[in-house]
Design a binder for this molecule. Structure first.
Ligand SMILES: Cc1cc2nc3c(=O)[nH]c(=O)nc-3n(C[C@H](O)[C@H](O)[C@H](O)COP(=O)(O)O)c2cc1C
Length: 221
């Protein structure tokens, strides 16, 4: 396994910028995980229709959410939080969304009357990742929003490591402030994503990935 963390210039330990490092410059042994690399190399989103019961147990959910909360967070502001939708709360929230959607779309076709209830009922568990940047902080808002994205991705990786399937979507209920408010999203908060979780009912084909040539610039030498 390549060990880029043993580069002599790799940061080691945690120290304030400019302060003398607490180490002597020799790389130390750190845990590695071939399993994690293999899992990340195979992971892909499960379409919502392929997520079936059972969803994560409460114990698994606690683990998934704890790991989601272990992300880089400039200024330790915790600029995100999670709303978990499971059980009967999904249909109740979906019905509230349907009522608002009908008010916003008076000409809505009859077959779409329950579309958001049906949407939320598809996955056994949905975690709404809420970005809540502190506007009064000197930490740039962009940094805070990115931390919410990191939390969402950590959540997906943790769920995947436990054998669940996940999909990150951001549809009308997350994009419309009035709809999001019906789920408990407050003023100044924004939905970073709905992470739908369940057991995978199929193994989807991978999708094309960008080649490194398309996305990487090495500055070296
Ligand atoms: C913030 C965000 C929002 C997304 N919203 C949607 C969406 O509303 N509908 C959709 O089909 N895919 C959406 N996606 C894409 C899927 O989550 C996922 O990236 C795609 O299905 C394949 O990704 P994979 O590389 O994990 O397999 C979104 C992705 C992100 C990061």
């Amino acid at each position: 396994m390549s060990r880029s963390d043993t580069r002599p210039d790799a940061p080691q330990g945690h120290h304030a910028h400019g302060a003398a490092p607490a180490h002597d410059g020799t790389p130390i042994a750190v845990p590695t995980s071939a399993e994690m690399l293999a899992m990340m190399g195979q992971r892909r989103s499960l379409p919502l229709r392929s997520l079936v019961a059972p969803g994560p147990s409460l114990e698994d959910l606690h683990l998934i959410l704890s790991l989601a909360a272990r992300v880089p967070d400039h200024g330790r502001l915790v600029p995100w939080r999670f709303i978990v939708l499971k059980g009967a709360a999904r249909a109740a929230a979906g019905a509230r969304l349907d009522a608002l959607y009908a008010r916003q779309n008076p000409d809505l076709a009859a077959d779409k009357a329950h579309m958001w209830r049906d949407y939320l009922l598809r996955a056994p568990v949905t975690v709404v990742v809420v970005s809540r940047p502190d506007p009064a902080s000197k930490i740039p808002e962009f940094n805070q929003v990115l931390s919410a994205g990191a939390a969402a991705m950590n959540l997906i990786l943790a769920a995947t490591a436990l054998g669940y399937g996940a999909q990150w979507l951001l549809k009308w209920p997350g994009r419309d402030a009035d709809a999001a408010a019906l789920l408990g999203v407050g003023v100044g908060e924004k939905v970073a994503g709905f992470i739908h979780l369940g057991s995978p009912a199929e193994r989807p084909e991978d999708r094309p990935r960008p080649t490194l040539d398309e996305v990487v610039t090495f500055l070296e030498g």
